[in-house]
Design a binder for this molecule. Sequence first.
Ligand code: XUL
Length: 517
Amino acid sequence: MSYVLGIDSSTQSCSALVLDTESLHVVTEAAINYGQDLPEFGAPNGFIPNGKEGEVHANPLMWLEALDRLLTILAAKVDLAKVRAVCGAGQQHGSVYLNANWFESLASLNPRQGLAAQLKSSLSRPTSPIWMDHSTSAECAEITAALGTSAAVSERSGSFATERFSGPQIRRFYKREPEAYAQTARIHLVSSFLASVLAGCDAPIDTGDGAGMNLLNIQRRAWDPLLMKATAPDLDKKLPKVVRGNHRVGLLAPYFQARYGFAKDVPVVVFTGDNPASLVGMGAGHSGQVVISLGTSDTFFAAMPAVHVDHSGSGHVFGNPLGGTLSLQCFTNGSLAREKVRDRFGLDWQGFSAALESTPVGNKGRLMLPFFAPETSPRINRSEPILDGDADFVAGRDAAAWVRACVEGQFLNMLLQTRWMHLKPKRILLTGGASRNDAIAQVVADVFQCQVERLTVSNSVALGSAMRAASVAGVADLPKLEAAFCKVESGKGCKPRPGCAETYKLMLQRMARLLRL
Ligand code: XUL
């Protein structure tokens, strides 16, 4: 039997999935929730509460302890000696700061002690800023000024200087704690930190996750000297190497064989960020399809053969672990906005769907820019939607019209804001909680004029990681795994209905005018 192990070190938990690549089934899954299972770290939601000035940090030792606990659970459930390759993914942008002890400690991990106890003295900074941190406005402005313009930063790095990205975070650390920065011999991402530990040697960063740092040149997929210089001194020495997604870091360290019963000679494949891993786990790593994930925020992402950057600054280009790049756009007003409308009119989800179904395409000309909270795409600071239509609609007296206006507005805005990607998808894969709603899925098909399918995959980050482990290590072919694991729900596809293309084209123009695009 040929098992592969995929690990997902995310914001609130660390989870894992073991696949059998011969019988093509999920052998087992397990998860450690930081808040519930590791209360001693004082991070009920995965980060240290009450950070000042927008700081959101987590303790990297918590991630190590979670890895040990996770493997303990897995070892009790399955024979880990059958695992032939390991790969994983981390929450993007989080950075880990290590001193010169790191290299030696990694190479000599003792199976009689846990990882956290052994690597504690390797940290040059006790906590790690994570993607929720927004304390670096000043540093973003400084990096932008050094490069000249925001466009110059995004042409190079694939994104404007962005508060949560690792480069601005590194700069803040350098400015505030220059001595600790000088003691830092290595800066890792969450992904490369964990891959290093598993391989027992300092691991590279992959282009998928590296592109979330404002330090990687997205065209050349190599560290960018100008961006490094604008960020902090000596980064050429402090950053690990950067490699593509098909790289093997090394073999699983003896620590894991002795402690959890893994075999010798198990390759560790370079880790990536959670979003790039999820692209693979959804079977969307090849260009021609788009994933729309409907969650608290909605996310739109797609594998791209060529690099295009968003000159308005709200979209991002990351690397695709399968080659090429991954474009990603996040919409803060996702379920948040849909719930606001539902609650405003005292509806449940059934009532919400019925309202959507009872109203015509184009909503008789009523249009909503559904920004109930500050939005990232486009960058706009609002707490009420922008409305354009008849008096009843604008006064908020027509529940059904509001429901349709909210959903149509969300996807028209999504179409408008993702134009920079120059996509003509053959199909849209819908995932996340609201993707089960048929009426919403139909609006997506109508607005985008594209076939929509619903994905059955859950835990796509760990699944994508296990699939990468298998394919890079030569245990199983990716197409075989995609066919087995990345299925769409049969009979749940939606085709665009005839006659809506012209209506939505005109509405899109109106929306662009309202947004002054
Ligand atoms: C992406 C982002 C988050 C994190 C955490 O830019 O900040 O999706 O990867 O999941």
